[in-house]
Design a protein around this ligand. Structure first.
Ligand code: FRU
Length: 476
């Protein structure tokens, strides 16, 4: 439990932590981070009256896993951000062990929020973390403005989930279709099958069990589902846990990716395509998307992952951990989802330097965007910084990190041709978009030298456009 008053009282005693955070050279320049402490999933993403609300799982006084609040940033232009007071606290009986992940849905000038109230009944004899001793309450509330909320209202409890579910059911997200609202909730059955439960409503208040999306033997738990349409195609984005690595696929401890869903809502039947990993980097999880007022489907994800065997010790040493990815626009074409940086990011460009692959100029800032258009389809070796390399050999594209990876070694994808790359480099992160966003590698990296040293170690013909980037402006 942490009420607003508890938070405010404790806040005063953590000034040292915040001073410490400010001294860290690895603080990111153009990504959203916890002001101090720990951040994980993006939550409640929406835009209302021109203002983007970006909430996130937040442990303000500890940079490891702890009691979750919802932190809150707002922005009008994706460049100037306001750090707001935490938005949600675990301050009731139904969410006392954490206001877990959830989402927002804007309808008729009102923001509806749905999240999971986490309750752990440790003192019960049968508490076993998975099947017994937990409440996973689906809670609804509304807001006119994204700052002030109505009373929290309990709309689904353990009793409303199918009998064969374990006590891992969470992360509600709304999808609207033909006048009905479908709530997707991630889950794990008692016999360890990952799935997504669907509930249906016609008023965003009363939800009835509708169906479950499942692919037998595809992981034991699916977290953070996101159901949405792009260009008429329905997608389920989710994070399966428990997949076994297959070649270069499923290399992280948990996955993030999507199924194409062919849903017949008349018959209530569906088929799922094969699973497609959205990102090939080390630090990516818990994505969430929303439609902004321009009609773009924008996605943030957590630039981190739980339970990995690599770490972020350099930032933990300064009392903070993790960040959100850049916001990306999702589109669907050529049979798959493409990811592109929001065009608002262009406003961060300080200047434009055009050159060729064989003569990339050394500039002094490590915070940059670099656009590379390759004119020949051949193997290459690109040094990105210190011991971070991207190599393309026999149709395998590999990101490899040395010491700077803090345990992150290599991630690869098989790809027929690489004709374009956009590298977003921040003090301690890389987001590398391949072939106009056909795939992305997202990773944290802790280079000793924070200078730009991009260099092709093999000769290849191509054009390079380099943009040093200005930092976000974040006020409190
Ligand atoms: C995913 C997740 C969610 C949960 C939240 C708790 O990273 O485990 O399933 O709601 O984080 O912080």
């Amino acid at each position: 439990m942490m009420t607003k008053e508890d938070y405010q009282k404790e806040y005063g005693t953590h000034q040292k932590m915040r001073d410490h955070v400010r001294q860290d050279q690895y603080r990111l320049q153009y990504h959203l981070m916890p002001p101090a402490g720990y951040l994980n999933d993006p939550n409640g993403l929406c835009q209302k009256d021109g203002i983007y609300h970006i909430y996130f799982q937040y442990t303000p006084f500890d940079c490891g896993w702890g009691t979750k609040l919802w932190g809150h940033y707002t922005t009008k232009d994706m460049i100037h951000f306001q750090e707001e007071e935490p938005f949600l606290y675990p301050d009731t009986k139904m969410d006392k062990d954490g206001v877990y992940s959830g989402s927002a849905f804007v309808k008729d000038n009102l923001i509806h929020y749905f999240y999971t109230g986490n309750v752990k009944l440790y003192d019960r004899n049968d508490y076993d973390y998975i099947n017994e001793g937990r409440e996973q309450n689906t809670i609804h509330m509304t807001s006119q403005d994204g700052y002030h909320i109505s009373q929290k209202e309990l709309i689904l409890t353990n009793d409303d989930y199918p009998q064969d579910m374990s006590k891992h059911v969470r992360d509600p997200k709304i999808f609207e279709k033909d006048g009905y609202y479908y709530m997707a909730i991630g889950g794990r059955t008692r016999d360890n099958q990952g799935c997504v439960l669907l509930y249906k409503s016609d008023d965003l208040q009363h939800f009835k069990y509708y169906n479950r999306l499942i692919l037998p033997n595809f992981g034991y738990m699916w977290e953070c589902p996101d159901l949405f349409e792009l260009d008429g195609q329905l997608f389920l984005m989710t994070c399966p846990q428990g997949l076994v690595q297959q070649g270069y696929n499923y290399a992280n401890v948990y996955q993030m990716g999507y199924f194409k869903v062919n849903y017949d809502f008349q018959q209530n039947t569906y088929t799922l395509s094969e699973f497609h990993e959205l990102d090939r980097g080390f630090d990516i999880y818990a994505p969430q998307s929303f439609l902004d007022e321009k009609g773009r489907r924008i996605q943030y994800a957590w630039m981190g992952i739980p339970d990995a065997d690599y770490d972020n010790q350099p930032t933990i040493d300064y009392d903070w951990q993790h960040a959100l990815t850049m916001p990306k626009v999702l589109t669907y074409h050529d049979g798959q989802i493409y990811q592109q940086p929001m065009e608002e990011m262009k406003a961060l460009r300080e200047k434009t330097i055009v050159s060729h692959c064989h003569q990339i100029k050394q500039e002094d800032t490590i915070c940059f965007e670099m656009n590379i258009e390759l004119e020949e389809n051949k193997d290459f070796h690109l040094k990105i910084r210190d011991d971070a390399h991207l190599t393309y050999q026999n149709h395998i594209l590999t990101l490899s990190l040395g010491q700077s990876g803090h345990g992150r070694a290599t991630r690869s994808i098989e790809i027929n041709e690489v004709y374009q790359m956009t590298i977003f480099s921040d003090t301690s992160s890389l987001e590398i978009f391949i072939n106009d966003g056909q795939t992305v590698f997202t990773t944290r990296v802790y280079s000793e030298s924070l200078h730009q040293t991009v260099e092709f170690l093999t000769s290849i013909k191509g054009k390079v456009t380099y943009y040093p980037l200005k930092p976000y402006v974040i006020t409190k």
